[in-house]
Design a protein around this ligand. Sequence first.
Ligand SMILES: [Zn+2]
Length: 318
Amino acid sequence: MNLNKHSSILGIDIGGTNIRFGIFEYKHKFKLVHQIQFELESREPEKVCDCIQNIYYEISQIYKVDAIGIGVAGMVSKSDMIVINAPNLQWNNFPFRDILSKRIKVPLVIMNDLNAITWGEFNYGRGKNVDSMLCIFIGTGVGSGLVIDKKLVIGAHGFAGEIGHIKVNEKDNYIVCGCEKTGCLETYIGGKHLTTRLRNLVQNEKLSLSFLNIDNLENLHPGIADRVFAQGNKTLDQLWYTNGKIFGQTLANCSTLLNPHQIIIGGTVWEGTPNFRKLSLQSYEIHLNETTRTEIVSPLLKNEAGLYGAACKAALLL
Ligand SMILES: [Zn+2]
């Protein structure tokens, strides 16, 4: 055994496409010292476990890994850390902790990716000077994590913070959500479903590719539509005003219910659609209760937040 190896905690972030590993030194100061990211060769759960085991083996040649924290894009049960449902990975009821802990003999914790991001932002990012915060990410889907009075809130069974599945329109049955219901916030503002709505506008000849300045539907994404909306395209008015209104309302409802110090909002769709952002913030102003007005801010840690949060949670195991 090499006694000179630095003690470390390994943070892992598993998205729908990529996997990211971060090595944190923690004995003196909690510090990210190295990270790697690559595309998943396979999303099959056993193959992802193989990948983690291999990388762990490589890292443990250089560092003494004392604990592992993993954030995964899916619903993770509180008591036994089973990944109940991870639509982007196509995992269902996968006993992730049990399988992995048979292969890797160090303490490990598995959490929802947005909870990991939230915990990272709370401890080392934008939220480090507040006690209560809500963190929302709008990318392919819509997720959130919540810290109240310095505690990460995961609820009775581990599934608190699924803001994407708040119902915003009971009459809408146009798109069935990943949760198998209709009318969810995610079916409007989440990148995947919003892009479906935009493609359908093109296919129904209400929008043209030339007007969008793209040559095929594959290149269509919310950022392009956001620019076209700003140029005065009336076809997009209904969708954009609806989306701004319902997201602003949701933010106001969250402020009223939770009274956080701040709401952190990030993600590719939020960052790439300035006009949707503006409409959402206008709607927030209209719907908020003044006593619970909340500062709305951007995340600080960018892609590293999930690594920080997962590793930071794993540190509590030691
Ligand atoms: Zn849903």
